[in-house]
Design a protein around this ligand. Structure first.
Ligand code: HEC
Ligand code: HEC
Ligand code: HEC
Ligand code: HEC
Ligand code: HEC
Length: 407
């Protein structure tokens, strides 16, 4: 789920919440004769609940990825580079979490284990997500909290390590559960679609996009995002089938010091513009892009993601004679109610052609620059959240230049 963004957000939310409280008071006065003033509603949605506190599995001394990593060195090194490892420490997540409009539940997909959370939430007063009934968690582990979606988030349940084969050479208690370690685990966090308050919408539909697309039944989240390799999973224990734990996605890093793995969904089919042109004759260049490799829409998940396709025609002095910008992504309105205005994300195997044309009037050498960037969010949003100059906002995935002369 994603909190709404926009310059009006804070003001709007305050307005919304104070009217909500007023309304609550009115109800309270009417209802106070024969029912308790505050009714506690149980948690109903999966994301409203944390994974219950886990005990350290037999054979281990902590739940921390650092301990797992002392034996599973490759898995640890790979995971450390993934956005999963940064799901809590991410500057943007922290900026958004601290806003009045963010309910406590935001944390359930970002630090999913109860052990990572300071409070245990047992219900909602009057069903209001901003009024959780909470008690201090005696098992709260602040260090584990920093690890975000850590090894134990996916591998520890019922106080045991869950593995795909139950190899009993492990020094820790291990349970085989390949069904649990399936794409369903991924979808439990990567698909949520609800309007929580008028200005707080949550729209991650990666699971649904995959289910209704051409890869369903053929390739799943794990096939594409956790490549296989034969290797030792612990030095000295012999090679076996293993999976890389980089969880590559957009590849836009969370820190400018991180070298993230990139997956690209788009394939590019550029036309070759004429090397020589005639004055007053149209120059045309076409770039076809196709979502050839992603099992869901591109972009997917966070509605703030987008691609920019930019064309710039320059003369020899570097003056821009003509330019054009195209965008692939969603546009949302967040005020006064959260509403999707447009969505031209590319479905799996869908293609789109972008055309740039220009009629040269002078005899001169021209260069056409074509660039495609994959963007995490726009600059305005980054500035609004004070993410600083070093927060990576985009990566370039296509970059070409074409020189043209007068015939
Ligand atoms: C249902 C699980 C779930 C909940 C609940 C949830 N998130 Fe997320 N969040 C995700 C997933 C999954 C992603 C990654 C989406 C992607 O990259 O496609 C994400 C990504 C993010 C990001 C990074 C965005 C980016 O551009 O990389 C931020 C910030 C964020 N969430 C904030 C929040 C806030 C604030 C809340 C509470 C209002 C929240 N999340 C609640 C699942 C969740
Ligand atoms: C003291 C070393 C050690 C530590 C610490 C350790 N493991 Fe293991 N683990 C092993 C060994 C050894 C195996 C079996 C290797 C084999 O059979 O090839 C194993 C196997 C596994 C498997 C595969 C089980 C299967 O069903 O195939 C998983 C998953 C796993 N460990 C996860 C973890 C997690 C998560 C942690 C931290 C909470 C952890 N391990 C901590 C040594 C360790
Ligand atoms: C056929 C392979 C394939 C399958 C199946 C697949 N993905 Fe992806 N996924 C990709 C590729 C390729 C990208 C990179 C898209 C891009 O940014 O260009 C990607 C990107 C992502 C991203 C990053 C968001 C973004 O817009 O880049 C998330 C999150 C993600 N996938 C989650 C999932 C989940 C969850 C599933 C299962 C429901 C899944 N994927 C299934 C190939 C796949
Ligand atoms: C987002 C969920 C997720 C996280 C986080 C995660 N794993 Fe895994 N892991 C999986 C899945 C899924 C598989 C099984 C893939 C399969 O067999 O289809 C797996 C498999 C494994 C295996 C079995 C061998 C292999 O490579 O297939 C080991 C060992 C393992 N993980 C260790 C770790 C360690 C150590 C960490 C933390 C550093 C970690 N995992 C973090 C999901 C996760
Ligand atoms: C506990 C919730 C949770 C589970 C389970 C989970 N994810 Fe994620 N995933 C997230 C969140 C939250 C983020 C975003 C972290 C951030 O941006 O700070 C994310 C990010 C990603 C990204 C990177 C998106 C990018 O920015 O490029 C990919 C790819 C991904 N997850 C794939 C998977 C796959 C595959 C599985 C199943 C093996 C899985 N996830 C299981 C919550 C989860």
């Amino acid at each position: 789920m994603r909190q709404v963004l926009g310059l009006f957000r804070k003001k709007t939310n305050k307005g919304f919440r104070s009217s909500f409280i007023l309304f609550g008071l009115m109800v309270l006065t009417v209802a106070s004769c024969n029912s308790p003033a505050d009714k506690v509603h149980p948690l109903t949605k999966t994301w409203e609940k944390a994974i219950p506190n886990q005990e350290v599995p037999e054979g281990l001394t902590s739940l921390s990825s650092v301990e797992c990593g002392s034996c599973h060195q490759n898995h640890y090194a790979e995971w450390k580079l993934s956005t999963h490892a940064h799901a809590w420490t991410d500057l943007q997540f922290q900026a958004e979490r601290k806003k009045d409009s963010s309910p406590l539940m935001c944390i359930n997909c970002h630090i999913p284990l109860q052990n990572q959370q300071e409070y245990i939430v047992t219900g909602l007063i009057d069903g209001d997500i901003y009024r959780p009934v909470k008690t201090k968690n005696p098992k709260f582990d602040k260090k584990l909290q920093q690890e975000g979606i850590t090894c134990a988030s996916c591998h520890v349940r019922g106080n045991s390590v869950i593995g795909p084969s139950g190899r009993n050479k492990a020094p820790h208690k291990t349970i085989i559960d390949p069904d649990f370690l399936s794409e369903r685990l991924c979808i439990s966090c990567h698909n949520a679609n609800a309007v929580i308050t008028p200005v707080l919408a949550c729209t991650f539909e990666t699971g649904d996009e995959w289910k209704s697309g051409p890869y369903f039944g053929k390739k799943n989240c794990i096939t594409c995002h956790m490549d296989t390799v034969r290797r030792e999973i612990v030095p000295g224990f012999g090679e076996r089938l293993s999976h890389f734990h980089y969880f590559p996605g957009s590849g836009i890093p969370k820190l400018d010091t991180l070298e993230t793995k990139v997956l690209n969904g788009l394939a590019f089919y550029p036309s070759s513009p004429k090397e020589a042109y005639l004055v007053n004759e149209e120059i045309t260049y076409k770039l076809k892009v196709k979502n050839e490799f992603a099992g869901h829409k591109v972009p997917t998940g966070d509605p703030e993601r987008f691609f920019i396709i930019s064309f710039e025609l320059k003369d020899v002095h570097g003056n821009v004679l003509s330019e054009k910008t195209e965008r692939i992504g969603e546009i949302w309105q967040w005020h006064p109610v959260a509403r999707k205005l447009s969505d031209n994300n590319l479905a799996p195997m869908e293609e789109r052609e972008f055309v740039f044309s220009y009629i040269p009037e002078n005899r001169e050498k021209l260069t056409l620059f074509v660039k495609v960037t994959k963007n995490r969010m726009d600059k305005k949003t980054a500035d609004y959240n004070k993410l600083g100059a070093n927060y990576p906002l985009f990566i370039t995935i296509f970059n070409s230049e074409y020189k043209m002369e007068v015939r």
